[in-house]
Design a protein around this ligand. Structure first.
Ligand SMILES: Nc1nc2c(ncn2[C@@H]2O[C@H](COP(=O)(O)OP(=O)(O)OP(=O)(O)O)[C@@H](O)[C@H]2O)c(=O)[nH]1
Length: 371
């Protein structure tokens, strides 16, 4: 028997779209902590933007593309974790960043149900980043957001700069209503002392069993997902039937009625928003910032309500550095970041995640920004 301390600690980083997970991850990776972390990032949308936004991405980041981590959890995640375990000694800890749409329960479950993984790794804590400005709304319409709060051991109540003291009290009370146990830390730009979120030993199985009595029950979807109608289409865009999620996305969407959009994975409720879509656009070249910036500003006003998350990496005409564009609803942010590398094609990518996305219009308008 190995003791807990022999096992590699795993932090599951979750939180709704745009809450500040990547911001926290970059902080963790760039601080001089003297540790070596392996990072597993679960991408949403077909073209990899998330991985490109993580600093030091070259050596440490393992991508799980095209699929939702909570669906691929027993496939890709286990394979990546087992691969990492074989290289034990190289990593002090593992961080798994889930997409904003993932339900963390099945991810956490992996560490208890998969024997091989459970022998070598231990779930240290589920850390949830919550957006102080939007969480209250998402708790009303997005069951994943609620599950992310319910499963958290530590909650960063982030973006406190965007709300009044009164609103902050309100959202904190809502969080407490769902999860009275988690430690809540108020942050701006996910600024937190690392020892508040890493190596906490905070994951509390007994508490989770009180929320999800079926947490430890394995199910027959464990190693193959065939034929499992998952009823969600949040990443169906431009994916073939083999999007890697392992579920059939193109049949019977929303056909079965589930309570609150919950799906059974074993005995475990599994939440997915069935109306979420993503649109991924790419221009094989540069864009003109004098067209792009006015366009996104106008779009934020006209359609921002429907865009839960939009982000892009753009090659601006005549600019040596990559422009990283970020949006959460109508709040936009953009920065020139590192230089394009010599062997890197100067392409411009933009991803939208939201509801009622008019793909043809977005594509047409984005393409009109080409330089
Ligand atoms: N005003 C404000 N903006 C913030 C804060 N934290 C992060 N942001 C911005 O919010 C946007 C989203 O941050 P990310 O860290 O990319 O969020 P995320 O949770 O990784 O997003 P997804 O991976 O798309 O789910 C970026 O534009 C950040 O700069 C904050 O405390 N205040």
């Amino acid at each position: 028997m190995s003791s807990a301390s022999d096992k590699t600690p795993v932090t599951v980083l979750t939180g709704y779209l745009g809450a500040g997970k990547t911001t926290l991850l970059n902080r963790i990776l760039s601080e001089p902590h003297g540790k070596k972390y392996a990072v597993i990032v679960n991408e949403f949308g077909e073209i990899g933007i998330d991985n490109d936004l993580v600093v030091g991405a070259d050596e440490e980041v393992f991508e799980m593309n095209n699929g939702c981590i909570c669906c691929t959890v027993r496939g890709d995640l286990i394979r990546i974790l087992e691969g990492l375990m074989k290289r034990k000694g190289k990593f002090d800890a593992i961080i798994v960043e889930t997409t904003g749409l993932a339900d963390p329960a099945p991810v956490a479950q992996t560490f208890f149900i998969d024997e091989e993984v459970g022998r070598k790794a231990r779930l240290d804590a589920v850390v949830t980043v919550a957006d102080a400005k939007w969480l209250t709304d998402r708790l009303k319409d997005a069951p994943e957001a609620k599950s992310q709060i319910a499963f958290a051991d530590v909650i960063l109540l982030n973006k406190t700069d965007l709300v009044s003291g009164e609103e902050l009290e309100e959202v904190e009370a809502r969080i407490r209503g769902i999860n009275p146990y988690a430690r809540i830390i108020r942050t701006v730009k996910s600024a937190v002392a690392l020892d508040e979120v890493l190596d906490k030993g905070a994951f509390d199985l007994d508490r989770i069993l009180s929320i999800e009595p079926a947490f430890l029950e394995a199910d027959d979807h464990d190693h193959h997902h065939h034929g499992h109608d998952h009823g969600h289409d949040h990443h169906h865009h431009e994916h073939g039937p083999d999007c890697g999620c392992g579920h059939d996305h193109h049949h019977d969407h929303g056909h079965e009625k589930h309570d609150h959009g919950a799906h059974a994975h074993g005995g475990l409720k599994h939440y997915h928003d069935e109306t979420m879509q993503s649109v991924a656009l790419e221009i094989p070249g540069e864009v003109d910032p004098n067209k792009f910036m006015p366009w996104v500003n106008a779009l934020a006003q006209s359609d921002g309500q429907n865009f839960l998350r939009w982000k892009g990496i753009l090659a601006f005409k005549g600019e040596d550095r990559r422009f990283v564009f970020q949006g959460v609803h109508m709040i936009l942010d953009g920065d020139l970041q590192r230089e394009w590398k010599a062997d890197e094609a100067r392409r411009s990518k933009l991803v939208f995640i939201g509801k009622e996305l008019d793909e043809a219009k977005l594509r047409r308008e984005f393409e009109a920004c080409a330089a």
